[in-house]
Design a protein. Structure first.
Length: 414
């Protein structure tokens, strides 16, 4: 894409009403636009990041047998009343229509998915089932001060699984946990799985997936020897204790952000909706359910918090809006021609490129924008680089670039 075609521009100043680094950088760089506290629109560059995060999650959920659907977000009140959530879930947005009918906005979708799956599962042979969606969620959060990490509207992947027995649930639960750890790694993050209390309706096992960052709202303890990790809120351990799991390492305290979690829901919802199916011996049984959430917009914020530097954002290649930021400097015709040619070649080879083809913008401004926007590779074409026999290629994370001969650039990037 040509930067002259991109309708957004970078801003010099931080927004005045944002405390968090992720919101400051993303707004300055033109990735997101704030509508009100906790509600953001995603602009071309931000939208591309979200689509990449989404693609990674979709691949990993499909790989473990998840079937993608998309559910309504405007809900009738009845299923919410049936499960008791209408009165008990404090973040639920409730709407009254002009005919005084009541509705809810989806904050999680057990109330919608359970009756859907119920309609198609008659026998134990129809199980297991795992369905997921990637879509908007609405929550009446009291505090929304962490930028896109805590929204009143946000993007979530929510998966729900239905099983015939506890063993089958446990099998799938472990597979889902591994898939989660893998997808965070693919996004350039290190996530730790805490064992948590399990929410309001069950005392069963649950995992929270935590990424260490000072911008996070959770306090965790983690072992410096093994993978053990716990939320301070629920843990019997404290900082400096010997790890209760490996009995060797020491527990350290840190701030972290919850980028996903998975719950054993037991039969809570199958009971609420009287969801039964026939077993092999002809009797009636209620499925065991699990739910599996990931906050996509929160992940985007966490990536910015965890990886950016004092110059701007640093996107991992897997989620960057473009792999390459191509900068043409000065107004020499040869430079322009070379830049145009490389731009075409990169596109032909399927390498995503943002081309800073703006005229009348200083070199310094172009460099600053490239650092702020944070593409993994910067390629500069200038009279100087041409004299040195090629393009200057710099990784966003490197201090200095190197000259790459014209003919080697594509193969280098591949
Ligand atoms: P938190 O404790 O941070 O409020 P939660 O326990 O309410 O999270 P879930 O209801 O399980 O979270 O939602 C699944 C995932 O959705 C969370 O792990 C998180 O990544 C994301 N998430 C939850 N609330 C928000 C929010 N208000 N804004 C953005 N992402 C969110
Ligand atoms: Mg919450």
């Amino acid at each position: 894409m040509r930067q002259t075609q991109l309708f957004t521009k970078t801003k010099r100043e931080d927004p005045k009403d944002e405390m968090s680094k992720n919101a400051k950088l993303l707004i300055r760089a033109g990735f997101v636009h704030k509508e009100m506290a906790g509600v953001y629109s995603y602009l071309p560059l931000g939208w591309r990041v979200l689509r990449k995060i989404e693609a990674i999650i979709r691949e990993e959920m499909n790989a473990i047998g998840g079937q993608e659907i998309t559910m309504a977000t405007l809900h009738p009140s009845e299923p919410w009343k049936q499960t008791g959530a209408w009165d008990n879930v404090d973040v639920l947005f409730k709407i009254q229509s002009r005919t005084e009918k009541e509705y809810a906005l989806g904050q999680s979708e057990e109330e919608i998915v359970t009756p859907i799956v119920q309609e198609y599962v008659d026998s134990y042979k129809d199980l297991p089932v795992a369905v997921y969606q990637i879509g908007q969620k609405y929550r009446d959060e009291l505090r929304a001060k962490s930028g896109i990490m805590r929204g009143r509207e946000f993007l979530m992947k929510d998966m729900y699984s239905f099983h015939d027995n506890q063993e089958d649930f446990d099998r799938f639960y472990q597979i889902a946990k591994e898939a989660y750890l893998k997808l965070y790694t693919r996004m350039g993050l290190v996530a730790k799985a805490t064992e948590a209390s399990g929410g309001s309706f069950t005392t069963k096992l649950s995992y929270e997936f935590m990424v260490l960052t000072d911008a996070g709202e959770d306090d965790i303890l983690y072992c410096n020897e093994c993978t053990h990790c716990a939320n301070v809120e629920v843990s019997k351990q404290k900082e400096g204790d010997t790890c209760e799991k490996c009995e060797k390492g020491t527990m350290s305290a840190a701030k972290a952000s919850e980028v996903g979690n998975i719950f054993d829901l037991g039969q809570k919802y199958s009971k609420d909706f009287n969801f039964t199916y026939k077993t092999a011996d002809g009797s009636e049984k209620q499925p065991i359910m699990g739910c599996y959430g990931i906050g996509l917009t929160r992940l985007m914020g966490v990536i910015v918090e965890a990886l950016s530097d004092d110059k701007g954002i640093v996107w991992p290649e897997s989620v960057a809006p473009f792999k390459v930021h191509l900068l043409a400097l000065g107004d020499s015709e040869v430079v322009k021609m070379r830049a145009e040619k490389l731009y075409m070649e990169l596109q032909e080879t399927g390498i995503e490129v943002l081309f800073d083809d703006r005229a009348g913008v200083s070199n310094g401004e172009k460099f600053n924008d490239a650092d702020l926007l944070g593409m993994p590779y910067r390629i500069v074409i200038s009279e100087r680089s041409l004299k040195e026999g090629g393009f200057e290629l710099k990784k966003r994370t490197a201090d200095k670039g190197e000259i790459i001969p014209f003919e080697s650039v594509i193969s280098f990037l591949k």
